[in-house]
Design a protein around this ligand. Structure first.
Ligand code: ZN
Ligand code: ZN
Ligand code: FE
Length: 759
């Protein structure tokens, strides 16, 4: 007996070797029929004995190629048509394609073997790839994903490459970026002025230069890196100086896992994460002592480490002249990463001594992703290369919404049906280059997803570039979404939650509808609305945004708030360090309410405590004080916690920090070390958050808590708050797939906007 089944598969199933996989599987199980690409994915028909079909269907989802991601399989009966073989049919033309474009993928094992095989025709070819690996998203110009619509279009395949491309049984069947020495892209070494240097082997020459401590701008997958020997203190210091980047950690690419292990503590889960297809930067705890130059990540407990992910990277490490390279984005301070050869020379000539470039164009800029393992789960810190444009799957169908995110660590989000597409990391919208990147990312997503948004979602902050951009769009329906509501909604989406939840939203800055700077918020929220039930008590930020880069201002503000001018009489090291005249200026600003917005920010509370504890009074990058305050508690055992009070306020409660500062000042008088202070503060904060959640539960009956906002990048705070909440019978949800910080904001905005308008 012969039966025939039709199988519709949706997901990431194009450009990932899916058709050859099915072809082989059908041949192995001796079935006839066909496979073809469709709008949503692939369409398969198989025919043969029922037992063989059952085997085919059970093996199908289990043995898919590494890059494939099936989101739906639908099987239906079909009349037999007695075909005699299994065939790969051409894509159905003229249909709108809804299949997903794969993210970029690190070089696979097979390609790596060939790369170093002297008998292989691609021996040492820096652009070797196959259907299981290589560039994807970053080389796409338009859909459908075919070579002609990628930056590989200018490289006609040579006969050998063409043969592989056409052979369904070849590992390079329909591998769009397929190339070799004869037909593909090439590298060149340029000097600091962008003049081409004659060299028989530009990569070997680059290795010599790096080994000699030179700074080389290396063109990668999603942009240029600035590379320098990570063990060479002088060279790293020179890079810092030229890049005008003070103390903010650099990422390090290690030659292999052994080299990672030499410098960092590596658990099984991080070890696997380093080797997954996206090859993200993983934040790992440093070992001491340490061969990596101290100025790579000064004052930092962690090191951001990743493994080589392109053939070119492997070639750089092949000679073993160095075991780790600083590989930091090719940009000046907070500008977007450079992607074009000439643009790179123009922007980076004062930083890089040399440029290792190539002629495969990067069409979509994409920074490296950053992931941290917390509570035994990988959590996104910066979701970018290797993860984008894989969608976040939604529980419901949404109208097409474009959400434009916040101001810092910006991402945008575009929805299509039951999928939400978060963009790559765009960064801080503070300069013209970033605005352009923002606009081109929006246009790029709309193009490759073929979505024309009907609704725009934006942050309420009137001065954000993204907000102004959204408000300037003519003829679009728009919804402004409160910052912390968007954070909590983002956490709900990721965890597929419906209904109402308690939201603990903690971060540095978010515009409050009362005109104040929010950031320590306890909300009750659903996708449509929110209610603010509790928040950290307001204090002034003397000088506004200037207080963010100078944590000592927040310490002064908190002391003034709780002690008035009497704080001068407190016998603590912090006040002894203060400059009287300058401090009095801040106090006058506060008293008169001049340029001193009120804030309930959790980040600013961390700043105040860090400054008082002597950890950091001035920062060089965002959240530095909080990061170093957390690092200070490492290895300290201490069960005491600082007290906080909760008092009634209209419609809810306010978290009062007076008892905290009384106890903290007492400790400072007694010379209690910073690590102990830090731990007591963290424990106290986690404790008061749980108490606040408890009050909200008593009033509302809700027991699900969402933790969101940038402050949850603090591992200690996240773990202690969640364990404590769970012990009290709460169900706790947080982020993993999407960043808890402002990189995840746009996702929440999209959901809130859709619900406000439609559902
Ligand atoms: Zn490969
Ligand atoms: Zn070729
Ligand atoms: Fe935020």
């Amino acid at each position: 007996m012969r039966v025939r089944k039709a199988i519709e598969i949706a997901g990431i199933v194009q450009g990932v070797g899916f058709r050859p996989y099915i072809y082989r599987l059908a041949n192995e199980t001796k079935l006839t029929g066909f496979i073809t690409n469709t709008e949503a994915g692939v369409s398969i028909e198989v025919e043969g004995p029922p037992e063989a079909i059952a085997i085919f269907l059970s093996r199908l989802p289990k043995e898919v190629p590494p890059l494939a991601r099936i989101t739906n399989i639908a099987v239906t009966d079909h009349p037999s048509n007695h075909d005699e073989e299994f065939r790969i049919l051409p894509s159905r033309a003229g249909e709108r394609r809804r299949a997903l474009i794969s993210p970029d993928v690190a070089i696979c094992e097979d390609c790596r073997r060939e790369l170093f095989d002297p008998t292989d025709r691609r021996f040492r070819y820096p652009f070797i790839n196959c259907t299981n690996c290589g560039p994807r998203y970053t080389i796409v110009r338009d859909i459908p994903y075919d070579r002609a619509k990628t930056s590989m279009a200018v490289f006609p395949l040579c006969p050998n490459c063409q043969r592989e491309y056409d052979d369904p049984l070849d590992r390079r069947f329909h591998a769009q970026p397929n190339a070799c020495w004869n037909c593909g892209p090439r590298v060149e070494l340029w000097d600091g002025e962008g003049r081409r240097l004659e060299s028989p082997d530009p990569i070997a020459r680059t290795v010599e230069l790096l080994a000699a401590g030179e700074i080389v701008a290396v063109k990668g997958l999603g942009g240029f890196h600035l590379a320098v020997d990570a063990m060479n203190e002088a060279a790293v210091a020179r890079l810092r100086e030229r890049k005008r980047r003070v103390e903010k950690p650099f990422a390090v690419m290690a030659a292999n896992l052994e080299c990672v292990e030499e410098s960092c503590w590596l658990e099984e889960i991080s070890r696997n994460l380093l080797q997954t297809a996206p090859h993200p930067i993983v934040l790992l705890q440093k070992k001491q002592p340490q061969r990596i130059a101290a100025s790579v990540a000064p004052f930092n407990r962690d090191l951001g480490v990743f493994l080589p992910y392109t053939p070119l990277h492997y070639l750089l490490f092949a000679e073993k002249h160095f075991s780790a390279l600083v590989m930091t984005s090719g940009n000046i301070s907070e500008e977007p990463i450079a992607i074009d050869n000439r643009e790179a020379v123009n922007r980076l000539r004062d930083i890089a001594d040399y440029f290792l470039v190539h002629n495969r164009e990067i069409l979509l800029r994409c920074d490296d992703s950053v992931v941290r393992v917390e509570g035994r789960r990988p959590r996104q810190v910066r979701r970018s290369r290797g993860y984008v444009p894989a969608p976040v799957f939604l529980q419901e169908e949404l109208p097409p919404v474009l959400a434009v995110g916040g101001e810092l660590k910006n991402t945008v989000c575009l929805t299509r049906g039951r999928e939400a597409f978060l963009s790559q990391h765009i960064g801080d919208l503070e300069n013209l280059e970033s605005y352009r990147f923002f606009e081109s990312t929006v246009a790029g997503l709309e193009r490759i997803l073929e979505v024309e948004p009907k609704l725009l979602a934006y942050d309420l902050h009137p001065d954000y570039f993204s907000t102004r951009w959204a408000l300037a769009k003519e003829g679009m329906d728009r919804v402004g979404v409160q910052h912390h509501h968007a954070h909590i909604a983002s956490c709900m989406v990721e965890n597929h939650l419906e209904g109402s939840v308690i939201g603990l939203a903690l971060d540095g800055t978010g515009y409050g509808p009362d005109g104040n700077v929010w950031g320590g918020e306890v909300l009750v929220a659903d996708y449509r609305d929110f209610q603010r039930l509790t928040h950290l008590d307001y204090v002034s930020m003397p000088g506004g945004a200037a207080a963010i880069v100078e944590p000592r201002r927040m310490a002064i503000s908190y002391l003034f708030h709780h002690f008035g001018r009497d704080f001068w009489g407190l016998d603590i090291p912090f006040t002894r360090r203060l400059e009287r005249h300058r401090t009095e200026t801040f106090l006058r600003l506060i008293e008169r309410g001049v340029n001193s917005p009120l804030t309930s920010s959790c980040g600013r509370l961390f700043d105040a405590v860090a400054a008082l504890a002597g950890v950091r009074e001035q920062v060089n990058y965002e959240a530095q004080a909080a990061i170093e305050l957390e690092a200070a508690l490492e290895g300290v055992s201490e069960d005491r916690r600082y007290p906080f009070a909760i008092r009634d306020a209209s419609g809810g409660w306010v978290i009062d920090t007076r008892p905290l500062f009384l106890a903290l000042v007492q400790d400072l008088r007694e010379g209690v070390p910073a690590g102990v202070i830090s731990r007591r503060f963290h424990l106290g904060l986690a404790d008061v958050l749980v108490r606040a959640a408890e009050l909200v539960r008593r009033r509302t009956g809700l027991a699900r808590v969402c933790l969101s906002g940038g402050s949850y990048q603090n591992t200690f705070l996240l773990e202690h708050t969640s364990t404590h909440l769970e012990a009290e019978g709460f169900q706790v949800f947080t982020h993993a797939e999407v960043p808890c910080g402002d990189g995840g904001l746009s996702l929440g905005q999209a959901l809130v906007a859709a619900h406000r308008r439609q559902l």
